[in-house]
Ligand binder design. Structure first.
Ligand SMILES: C[S@@+](CC[C@H](N)C(=O)[O-])C[C@H]1O[C@@H](n2cnc3c(N)ncnc32)[C@H](O)[C@@H]1O
Length: 208
């Protein structure tokens, strides 16, 4: 047994719906590794439990795995909006949301987050950035004024498989995007921030 197995054996289970979704994704989808997965999913739920956001925004739905985890942590009147630009994922996503008892809390927006975010009304207490690595800084700039003071912004993959330590070649736009985002966060006086060395790096940002 590895330490990772031990951890999964001693934390809350992901539940039947998410386990099935994960299996289905591994059989049918091209990039199932993009899914948050058991440990990160439980961490996302726990962060929601602790921070008690009323409105969450997720950028990058993919299968809806993390959406369902975040929704699990919400209180009675909480809601989550999630944006996905790949319309080929729509059936997969909607089928799985439909099976969840939390479906009424979840609002799926199909389209490019850069177009959708400006159309979203109201403020958010938590944002999970998990879409195109090249655009992390753009997403951040677009959502910042929509996040309430005291709110959290989470950004996934901010260690990018350790590539943040290398000088990316000119064609590696994803690593360049993550590096640009990490520098922006480092130098932004409006926030407090940490990077959790979890999986591929999860940055947790607190808006002052
Ligand atoms: C890493 S996956 C999301 C995984 C999901 N958040 C989870 O944890 O299970 C990234 C997703 O973002 C979507 N995406 C990429 N760029 C986007 C954009 N500009 N707007 C909306 N979705 C985007 C991709 O199509 C892909 O499905």
């Amino acid at each position: 047994m590895t330490l990772d197995d031990y951890i999964l054996d001693h934390i809350d289970s992901e539940g039947e719906l998410l386990a099935r979704l994960n299996r289905e994704a591994h059989v049918n989808l091209l990039r199932p590794r993009m899914i948050s997965g058991h440990l990160q999913g439980r961490i996302l739920k726990m962060l929601v439990r602790i921070a008690r956001p009323r409105r969450i925004l997720e950028i990058g739905t993919y299968t809806g795995y993390a959406t369902l985890c975040l929704a699990e942590g919400l209180s009675e009147n909480g809601e989550i909006h999630t944006i996905e630009k790949d319309d080929e994922m729509e059936d997969f996503i909607r089928r799985n949301f439909e099976k969840s008892e939390l479906k009424s809390k979840i609002h799926l927006h199909l389209g490019d987050a850069l177009d959708v975010i400006p159309t979203l009304e109201g403020a958010f207490d938590m944002v999970f950035i998990d879409a195109d690595k090249r655009l992390y800084s753009d997403y951040y700039d677009l959502i910042f004024d929509k996040v309430n003071a005291g709110g959290l912004i989470l950004a996934d993959n901010t260690l990018w498989d350790g590539k943040v330590l290398e000088s990316p070649h000119s064609g590696d736009k994803q690593t360049q995007g993550i590096l640009r985002f990490n520098e922006k966060i480092k130098n932004d006086p409006r926030i407090e921030k940490i990077i959790l060395p979890l999986r591929d790096g999860l940055t947790v940002i607190y808006k002052k």
